[in-house]
Write a protein that binds this ligand. Structure first.
Ligand SMILES: Nc1ncnc2c1ncn2[C@@H]1O[C@H](COP(=O)(O)OP(=O)(O)OP(=O)(O)O)[C@@H](O)[C@H]1O
Length: 712
């Protein structure tokens, strides 16, 4: 008996080859195989003699000649190559898939199989190309799928998945074996091959499930780490994400919400609108359950398909609290104000009219130039103007040019980028102008700004933008400028030490603060105010009152304040008598009279008078020595303690001597002694006095020349 024979009749050669290799794998050489397909003539002898005719589809069977003996024919049931299915797993639900085949029934058959295998979330459209056909519905196709018929796919479709030719199903193989009475010794190979694909697919799926799990866990921790409520719904409105912050804000548990329709849990969010319109909304205020939320809604669209909506929200009261905390922090940085117009004490005509002018200036946004002697309250006025202006909620950033070291001034004022110089902080640093954005920058002692800085300042004031040191981008700054000085800028312009163009930029709205001599009627009002502030009662004898009224108060209100502190320490009891008054005040007659012109008077008050006082209380060399040390530290923007000063003195003094000298320098306004061991620093007056002292000391014989170098 010869080997049984099988004739394979298929539409295409490719399918015929697949069938042949399927049968060979199962039956080996125990079967004779003949093939016939579209391009091959049917051999009538083979047709009549073969034991079994295996056709690839009903369509092929129907197309055979009427004389054909259908009793020996078997239509192959076909499966898919499992491993190829992986390509379909990544397709989103609702993806429009054009299923391309060479006949409509194979396309429909393949689609039915895919649906049975679980791909029922995809939208399949069977397709067989017709000559000259131009289907409009092909434009909305996302992907074309085929079993080996790539050449039939319309050119307009870019994405393609080829699942390769479909092999013969295992049940058809068993039917053939039964019909031809064939041994099934190699069956295990075929089944092994078949199941190997299953196992591989299963393994890949398990991996991707694991990966998805890990990804989900990561996403969940990200969602829970943010300080915003996050809720996500799918396209049917079911809640899929409900993070910890959402639980906290809405006081709902995620467990009770996930999987439910959002309409049953949080209908107020009105997410159907987003599902319908596919348009997001950002930063909308929503009142819900006694809360005010700032809500943003974003539709999730993947490859053109709406997958759901993500909602993020914050409790507005918390946002406001954070804002308050930031404000508090800026207070601790010294960026807010202490004084408003109510804190400006005085009843005199001059202070009242100055206050009235200042209130008007505060209402505009122009640059203000405040002039006045030391201690008259220029900064107090600057703060009050800021507080009364529309920028009151922004920062008030004071910059003291007398204390600004020239080579650090630019980076202080305009900031720097990371790595712009040795010692530059990581991430760079914001400059004072940037800090003052939307607020006020107070350029104190502007007359002390070095010429190089004056030029940069002028540019910034003109352009209202800064560039950080080492940076290459301009940063726009919206600041109001208030400048102040106790110097005569007009004089400085004529000497070439102050830029005229900068002066006109600053002197838009001038404000002159009267000195204490011009408002003597305020003297005892201020004294009362300072005593009351310290909860202290002091009476002044008529003689003392007279002395105080006749004194010229070169250091103005600051000097008066310090004098009151002095009295509080030295007066035992509550009456201030002549013996309590320091010599410099009693000997006021020794000071230049008020009839001198203002600039000469200032000079005398600030330098000569102080020099006289110092000369009466010890050696000028010692004072020069102390101020030099303080000036050196100030250049490094550091304060220094008494012990360090003692150790650095070139002509030794005891600690108590240094203490007394520091106290006198402090009373004269030359230094500022920090509270609670913060160390001491030199003031602008101190720097001027030091200059004067050096000139004086240089005239003294037998001094080491290097000691008296000019102030740098
Ligand atoms: N009108 C006022 N009422 C109450 N206190 C005042 C008044 N003016 C100034 N002071 C007080 O006097 C001190 C000096 O004020 P401020 O620092 O504003 O003066 P300044 O003119 O800016 O001084 P400088 O020229 O030295 O910078 C401050 O402690 C302030 O509290």
């Amino acid at each position: 008996m010869g080997r049984p024979s099988v004739l394979l009749i298929t539409k295409s050669e490719k399918v015929s080859q697949t069938f042949e290799s399927n049968l060979r794998m199962f039956f080996g050489t125990n079967v004779q195989i003949f093939t016939a397909h579209e391009n091959l003539e049917l051999d009538s002898q083979i047709v009549s003699e073969c034991d079994l005719i295996l056709v690839s589809s009903h369509h092929v069977l129907e197309s055979l000649p009427k004389t054909f003996d259908q009793a020996r024919a078997l239509v192959a049931r076909r499966t898919v190559q499992m491993a190829k299915l992986e390509q379909l797993m990544g397709l989103a639900p609702g993806t429009r898939c054009l299923f391309v085949s060479n006949s409509m029934d194979t396309a429909v058959d393949a689609i039915q199989l895919l649906i049975r295998l679980g791909f029922d979330h995809l939208h399949f459209i069977p397709y067989v190309a017709q000559p000259g056909e131009n289907r409009a519905d092909l434009e909305r196709i996302d992907v074309a799928i085929t079993h080996g018929f790539r050449e039939l796919i319309p050119d307009t479709i870019e994405k393609l998945i080829d699942l390769d030719t479909r092999p013969i199903d295992l049940t058809t193989i068993f039917d053939i074996a039964r019909l031809l009475d064939l041994p099934m010794e190699k069956a295990h190979f075929y089944t092994a091959e078949f199941f190997r694909d299953f196992v591989r697919l299963g393994r890949n799926l398990a991996n991707s499930v694991n990966n998805e799990k890990q990804l989900n866990q990561k996403l969940e921790s990200v969602f829970n780490a943010v300080h915003e409520g996050i809720i996500s719904i799918d396209e049917c409105g079911r809640i899929t994400v409900f993070n910890e912050e959402a639980e906290k804000i809405l006081k709902l548990s995620a467990e009770n919400c996930i999987g439910k329709s959002y309409l049953d849990v949080i209908p107020e969010f009105k997410l159907n609108q987003i599902l319908q319109s596919r348009a997001g909304e950002s930063n909308q205020l929503l009142e819900i359950r006694n809360l005010v939320l700032l809500v943003s809604k974003v539709p999730v669209i993947v490859e053109g398909h709406l997958m759901g909506v993500v909602v993020t929200f914050q409790d507005v009261t918390i946002v406001q609290r954070i804002e308050q905390e930031i404000r508090k922090k800026s207070t601790s940085l010294g960026l807010t104000t202490k004084y408003s117009f109510e804190h400006i004490i005085g009843v005199s005509e001059s202070i009242n009219s100055t206050k009235q002018v200042a209130v008007k200036l505060a209402e505009s946004d122009y640059t203000v130039l405040i002039t006045g002697e030391n201690g008259t309250g220029k900064e107090v006025f600057a703060q009050a103007i800021h507080r009364h202006s529309s920028r009151r909620d922004g920062s008030f950033v004071p910059v003291n040019f007398a204390g600004l070291v020239e080579n650090l001034a630019e980076s202080e004022l305009f900031g720097y980028e990371e790595g712009s110089f040795t010692g530059a902080k990581k991430g760079g640093k914001m400059g004072l102008f940037e800090l003052a954005h939307n607020g006020t920058i107070f350029l104190d002692e502007i007359g002390d700004a070095p010429l190089s800085i004056q030029a940069t300042l002028l540019r910034v004031l003109q352009e209202r933008q800064v560039m950080r040191v080492g940076g290459n981008r301009v940063i726009p700054v919206n600041v109001r400028v208030i400048a102040a000085t106790n110097r005569n800028l007009a004089d400085m312009i004529s000497k070439g030490t102050f830029r005229e163009d900068l002066y006109y930029r600053l002197n838009v709205l001038p404000l002159n603060i009267p000195n204490l001599r011009e408002r003597r009627e305020d003297l005892f009002i201020l004294i009362d105010y300072f005593l009351h502030d310290k909860r202290k009662r002091l009476h002044f004898t008529p003689e003392v009152k007279n002395v105080l009224l006749n004194y010229n108060w070169p250091g103005n209100i600051r000097e008066l304040q310090n004098f009151m502190k002095y009295l509080m320490v030295i007066v035992e009891g509550d009456t201030v008598k002549r013996e309590h008054i320091p010599e410099r005040i009693l000997n006021c007659g020794a000071f230049p009279s008020h009839s001198l012109d203002p600039s000469a008077r200032r000079k005398a008050e600030e330098r000569e008078d102080i020099l006289h006082i110092l000369a009466r209380h010890g050696s000028l060399i010692d004072y020069e020595n102390i101020l030099s040390i303080l000036w050196d530290f100030s250049k490094r923007q550091e304060r220094v303690g008494r012990t360090v000063i003692c150790s650095l003195l070139s002509s030794p003094l005891s600690e108590s001597q240094v203490r007394n000298k520091l106290a006198l320098l402090n009373r004269c306004g030359c230094i500022s002694i920090g509270v609670k061991k913060q160390g001491t620093t030199i003031t602008a007056i101190g720097i001027q006095v030091l200059q004067k002292l050096r000139e004086e000391v240089e005239r003294l014989p037998n001094q080491a020349p290097s000691y008296f170098s000019p102030i740098r």
